[in-house]
Design a protein around this ligand. Structure first.
Ligand SMILES: Cc1cc2nc3c(=O)[nH]c(=O)nc-3n(C[C@H](O)[C@H](O)[C@H](O)COP(=O)(O)O)c2cc1C
Length: 203
């Protein structure tokens, strides 16, 4: 990996979502300021079918091939979700269900928008799912509720500060984590740890 991590910015809403877009844009600016490349992936712009575990033909669909290729090419992720019923959105969970090895050994930061809740439940849901795909998540996250916006713009100083820190951290720690995981693939037997269980996924 170069010193310019490629960060996939996954906006996990099924419809165009201005508030989530503003949150993702703010973290994206911070990713770029920290020396990373921010690649946008708004799920509402992708015609991703509902994942069918026994339907291998889905792999041929352009939308499925695209999300797998973009995840495989990414060095790290910023994953954003609207909080729905105390969890991540269905659109985001469906995106996860098409992936596994593409996420292994990589880093994700998690952000959320909420109606009024703290976002803890959707954020921990995303972190748990990312971990179950053998990825690592930042021990720091951010939720923006409706009160954080004034006239549609994100104004809450604490939220803005956290989003800016997250962008820097995802780039900083991706530079450390990604090479460590790739190097571990070359270790023999148990010395390879979890990396030894994962063949490299082709972008
Ligand atoms: C099906 C559904 C479930 C929701 N559940 C929650 C929830 O559990 N907690 C919460 O704070 N907001 C909840 N919301 C509000 C969304 O988080 C909010 O609509 C989303 O973050 C986008 O914000 P906006 O509607 O102001 O654009 C829910 C919204 C929907 C449509």
């Amino acid at each position: 990996m170069s010193l310019t991590p490629r960060v996939l910015m996954v906006a996990g809403a099924s419809r165009p979502d201005d508030r989530l877009s503003r949150v993702m844009a703010r973290v994206g600016q911070s990713v770029v300021a920290a020396g990373g490349v921010a690649v946008e992936l708004p799920l509402w712009a992708i015609d991703l079918p509902l994942m069918q575990a026994d339907d291998a033909s889905q792999a041929q669909l352009p939308a499925v091939a695209r999300v797998r290729a973009e995840a495989a090419q990414a060095d790290a992720f910023v994953i954003g979700t609207p909080e729905y019923h105390g969890n991540m959105s269905g659109a985001l969970k469906n995106w996860f269900d098409f992936l596994y090895g593409e996420l292994a050994g990589k880093l994700a930061a998690v952000v959320a928008t909420t109606g009024g809740g703290s976002g803890d439940l959707s954020i921990t849901g995303v972190k748990r799912t990312f971990a179950w795909c053998h990825g690592f998540t930042l021990p720091f996250h951010c939720a923006a509720n409706r009160a954080a916006f004034v006239d549609g713009e994100l104004r809450d100083a604490r939220v803005l500060d956290r989003l800016d820190r997250i962008g820097h951290d995802v780039v900083r720690y991706a530079r450390v984590l990604r090479p460590a995981f790739e190097a571990a693939r070359g270790e023999l037997g148990v010395a390879g740890g979890v990396a030894g269980l994962h063949p490299k996924v082709k972008p």
